[in-house]
Structure formats: C-alpha cells, structure tokens
Design a binder for this molecule. Structure first.
Ligand SMILES: Cc1cc2nc3c(=O)[nH]c(=O)nc-3n(C[C@H](O)[C@H](O)[C@H](O)COP(=O)(O)OP(=O)(O)OC[C@H]3O[C@@H](n4cnc5c(N)ncnc54)[C@H](O)[C@@H]3O)c2cc1C
Length: 325
C-alpha cells in the first residue's frame, strides 16, 4: 500500500477534473488526480464534438480528453489509475480517501468531479450505434440532425425538453413513450402537444436500435406495442434516449448533502459543499447544463476556491477575496 499526499486531491478525470487540475497545478498545489473507471469521462464515449470553444472544425471527444490530460500533466498534475472506494470527510482537512488498489490518498482539499452517467435502455444496438445516430444529449448532438427526422424516448421532463429543443434542428420529432400519459410538468406537456413538428407514439417500448455502425448508422427502431404486443419498424435518422441521468455520488451518501436526484448540493453559484475544503465540480453537482464547457468552468472555480481556502481566504458571493474570520 502506498500513501499519496497532496494539497489537492481530484476525484474524476472528465473536463471538470482536468480543468481543476490545470488551475491547481499552475497554483502550485501539485494535484493528484484519481481517474476512476472511465479515464477522460463521458466524452470518451462520443465521437463528434462541435461546441467546445477553440476548435473551428469538428473534434473527437476522446482526442479532446487526451489533450486535456496532456495539458494537466504538462503543468504538474500526477494522474493515477485508481478508483476511490472510500473517503473520510467527517474529520476535516486533510481528507483521507482509499483507492480500489488499496492505496491511500490524503489531500488538504478535495475536488469531487465524479460526473454523471446518462441512463440507457440497455437494449440491442444502443451502444453499438452510440454516436452513429443514437445519443443521450440533444444539446450536444441535435445540431447534427438538421432537417432530419428524430425520435426521443422517454416521458419525463428531460424527454419533453429534449423533444422541444430538437424542433430547432429536426424536420420532425416523434416522442416514444412506454405509457399512455407523460410524467412531465403540465406546462411542458402543453408546449409539446401544441408543437406542429412533434407527434407522440404511446405505449411503445424500444426493443432494439437497428442500422450499420460502420456505415450509414441508425436506420430504424424496432418498437413493441405494449397493449397488443405487435412489433413494427420505425424509420428514423436519430434517436435520443432521454430517461434521465445518474450522478456518481454513491461514495458520498451520508457524507455530503445530496438532492433528491442524488446530485451534490453546493452553495449557489459556487462549487463549495457544506464541508470547508471539499468542492464539487461538473455534472456531479449540475443537473441543468451538463456540458463539457460548463464542467470545465466549475472545475476552474473549484481550483480557485481551493487555492483561496488553503491560503486562508474566503470569497464572498460577489467574488471579492476577503480574509477569513
Ligand atoms: C454521448 C455523450 C455525448 C456528449 N457530447 C457532448 C458534446 O458534444 N459537448 C458537450 O459539451 N458535452 C457533451 N456531453 C456531456 C459531457 O460529456 C459532460 O457534460 C461532461 O463530460 C461532464 O464532465 P465531468 O468532468 O463533470 O464528468 P464526467 O465526464 O462524467 O467524468 C467523470 C469522471 O469521474 C470518474 N469517477 C467516477 N467515480 C469515481 C471514483 N469513485 N473514483 C475516481 N474517479 C471516479 C470517472 O472515471 C470519470 O473520469 C456528452 C455526453 C455524452 C454521454
């Protein structure tokens, strides 16, 4: 067993973690980042990224994350291949965490950047056609379906919001729901039903996503009617699975305040948790925006606040540094 000691322990290697690492290293905090089971985070499971600032041409998600890693290491971050399985936040700074390897990690501050995972249906073809017509993020991928026909699968607020958003790009949006009524808020439902580009298929479950991952991508869905059992092929250019997200916060249950959906609660407008020296950044504390650039932004904020915490400064809500009491 090895003990790794650092001023700044970062848990998670998505855009939030790498941004915190770059700022932390440049502030001489010599961060240690524990990568977790998905080095590079969610962007490593997508292909085209067209909305991360700084790149005129479409870039690839895995490439972007390799670049972030290289930059973080270049400025002095130690990136460790391990997963945190236990952490003690109750006894204040320095905080102790234990990795799956058995190694111990001690950090004066901790930045939690464990992200979230889109929930998937778990049916054949879904993973194979991911990024090839199947997506879980309309904001990220809607632009690629300009003038095309798309389907959204789900019946809650997320699904209705994604369907409404996609009308900005797609020629037609079909909402596919397994029940005969929606769970989404009334006002969202009203907008959905009134929209001329949206239709709803009720009582249908997706049995599989069909197409050629190496060629044209998604061509159709196989749907089953829950009432009659009948199967049908539903032709579509794109399919957005919108059945929610799960933040990776299992480790922090009972240790940090989580909201009803499991996201870490932070002081509004900051990455600060209720425990001094413990910060949360990225999708793990943001169920609204969930973008690489917003994750990177809150990662930066976490590192700046971490630096101020270590130097005995606090920050008021207007961003002015003040001496701590
Ligand atoms: C298919 C898809 C396409 C997308 N396309 C775009 C796009 O085009 N543009 C865009 O801006 N956004 C896109 N997004 C959203 C974007 O990927 C996320 O908003 C962003 O990755 C969130 O970054 P994060 O750093 O908060 O967390 P994540 O990227 O989720 O990374 C979390 C990290 O935490 C680690 N981790 C988890 N638990 C532990 C643990 N116990 N110990 C150590 N490490 C742990 C994981 O290994 C991972 O490295 C897409 C998302 C998906 C799923």
């Amino acid at each position: 067993m090895t003990t790794h000691r650092t001023k700044m322990l970062i848990i998670g290697s998505g855009p939030a973690g790498y941004s915190a690492a770059i700022y932390g290293a440049r502030a001489m905090m010599a961060p240690i980042m524990v990568q977790g089971l998905q080095p590079g985070g969610q962007l490593t499971i997508t292909t085209d990224v067209e909305n991360y600032p700084g790149f005129r041409d479409v870039i690839q998600g895995p490439w972007l994350m390799e670049e972030m890693k290289a930059q973080a290491e270049h400025v002095g971050t130690e990136v460790v291949w391990d997963t945190i399985v236990d952490i003690d936040l109750a006894n204040g700074s320095p905080f102790r965490a234990v990795g799956d390897s058995g190694d111990e990690y001690i950090g004066d501050v901790v930045v939690i950047a464990t992200g979230a995972q889109a929930k998937w249906l778990g049916v054949p073809g879904e993973m194979e056609l991911g990024g090839k017509g199947v997506s879980a993020c309309a904001t990220c991928d809607g632009f690629f379906f300009r003038g095309k026909r798309v389907a959204v699968i789900g019946g809650g607020n997320t699904a209705v919001e994604e369907a409404l958003y996609l009308t900005n790009h797609a020629s037609h949006v079909t909402l596919i729901h397994r029940r005969d009524s929606l769970r989404a808020e009334r006002i969202l439902q009203d907008r959905l039903f009134a929209h001329p580009k949206i239709s709803v298929l009720w009582n249908r479950v997706v049995e599989s996503f069909e197409g050629d991952p190496a060629g044209a991508g998604l061509t159709h869905l196989v749907l089953a009617d829950r009432a009659t059992g009948a199967r049908e092929d539903f032709a579509t250019d794109g399919a957005f699975v919108a059945i929610g997200h799960a933040p990776a916060t299992e480790l922090f249950k009972g240790k940090l305040e989580l909201d009803a959906s499991g996201y870490i609660v932070v002081e509004p407008g900051t990455p600060k948790t209720a425990i001094p020296g413990v910060f949360a950044a990225g999708d793990v504390m943001d169920h609204t925006y969930r973008q690489a650039v917003t994750a990177a932004g809150t990662g930066c904020m976490a590192a700046l606040d971490a630096e101020r915490f270590l130097s005995g400064l606090s920050v008021d809500l207007h961003g002015h540094a003040e001496a701590a009491e």
